[in-house]
Write a protein that binds this ligand. Structure first.
Ligand code: LLP
Length: 386
């Protein structure tokens, strides 16, 4: 943990909990690691991992482009300053408003199905997303390159789609393949790339091969980059990548406060963050490292539970912790990716604040939502009557 304990205590006192905290140096270091491993490739940050404008501006300044999947993400890209690296629009079900926003930003559009050929703005720059139909070692919800997933077209559909897109007057830059997120085996990437490479005799030389993201923070980037480079070279193509988690997961923590404990046969440590602030443990059974910011002589096995009225609202089960007490601070690690971005206001819980540690001080980068803001969009009787 690069942020000193006294700074975390101070942030909790000043900005409250639950609080997402990020380390600026680790964000920069992760971007530099990706750029070094993928030297010569264009890196697009997958905005969904963490869309805070401060992070977007930081990555844009480092030369990264953005990968977006919604009107909101495209608008954030624009608000952060369209990166020189460029913008990509992905998604299996794009709306007319999203196509139009992509066209305004000069984004490259990833075509996910045949119908899109007739829906795209005239003269779009496109990639065709191919689903390699490969086995992917990750949670079923996170596998996108398996045959039963909804993404992309089959290898057999690629060539006719490229031809149709060209006939419609679009600029077909090349192919896109993203097999999933939090992929455990690096060999899965090589398998998928091999399936895409089988298309080489039909496609001929391509301008771009975009191999997506999906790398775990601990992944061997050297191996993945070598495989990706080889595939791109075989197509005579420029390599593009779209990492999300790798760039931000390890640079973020969720700081939560112990509300209390109870022993009912199991030991429960109840904290002020749960499924509404951090959904990954509940949605994917994800386990995240926990760092208690207190000392105690005794330790025991604890279930760390959130405040929601759902039994699935657990941060962790069966973890050994020094005996917690109301008021103690607990840090949840690897929370920079898909933490804040997947938080919700379920149970009318305002979403948490976010702060960036610059190495010497805190820069608050998102205010805590106010309770009152939760119903500002709900209409008065005078407005909603017909
Ligand atoms: N490119 C495309 C087309 C994607 O769909 C994704 C992620 C990425 C890139 C970035 O993948 P990454 O490098 O972050 O693995 N909510 C889930 C993750 C869903 C990822 C969806 N697509 C989680 O909390 O694990």
């Amino acid at each position: 943990m690069p942020i000193p304990r006294h700074a975390l205590t101070e942030a909790a006192a000043r900005l409250g909990t639950p609080l997402y905290v990020y380390d600026a140096a680790e964000l920069d270091a992760a971007a530099a690691r990706v750029q070094a491993a993928f030297a010569g490739a264009q890196v697009f940050y997958a905005v969904k991992a963490n869309p805070n404008l401060h992070l977007l501006r930081r990555f844009a300044a480092a030369g990264l482009g953005f990968e977006c999947v919604s009107l909101g993400e495209l608008a954030r890209a624009q608000a952060a300053g369209v990166p020189v690296g460029g913008v990509i629009l992905n998604g299996p079900a794009k709306t007319d408003a999203e196509y139009a926003a992509a066209a305004r930003l000069g984004a490259t559009i990833v075509v996910d199905r045949e119908e899109e050929a007739a829906l795209l703005p005239p003269g779009s720059r496109v990639l065709v997303r191919v689903n390699p139909g490969a086995a992917v070692s990750t949670h079923d919800h996170l596998a996108t390159g398996a045959a039963r997933s909804k993404f992309g077209v089959t290898p057999e559909q690629v060539l006719p789609l490229m031809e149709r897109l060209r006939d419609e007057g679009h600029d077909v830059l090349g192919l896109h393949v993203h097999i999933g997120s939090a992929v455990e085996r690096e060999g899965d990437f090589a398998d998928a790339f091999a399936r895409v490479l089988a298309l080489r005799p039909q496609t001929g030389k391509l301008g771009v091969l975009n191999v997506g993201g999906g790398w775990l923070p601990g992944a061997d980037l050297g191996t993945i980059a070598a495989q990706a480079r080889q595939a791109a070279a075989a197509f005579g193509a420029e390599l593009w990548v779209e990492p999300g988690r790798y760039l931000v997961a390890s640079a973020g923590w969720l700081l939560t406060r112990v509300v209390g404990t109870k022993r009912t046969g199991r030991n429960f440590c109840l904290v002020d963050a749960g499924m509404t602030e951090f959904l990954r443990p509940m949605l994917y059974g994800a386990s995240h490292p926990l760092y208690p910011l207190w000392d105690a002589l005794a330790s025991d096995v604890w279930d760390v539970a959130g405040p929601a009225c759902e039994s699935g609202d657990m941060i962790a089960r069966g973890v050994t912790l020094p005996t917690p007490q109301r008021g103690h601070l607990l840090l949840i690690g690897e929370a920079g990716a898909y933490g804040a971005s997947m938080s919700s206001t379920y149970l009318s819980r305002p979403r948490p604040a976010e702060a960036l540690w610059t190495g010497s001080e805190w820069q608050p980068i998102r205010r805590r939502e106010s309770v009152e803001s939760l119903w500002t969009l709900e209409m008065a009787d005078s407005e909603s009557g017909d």
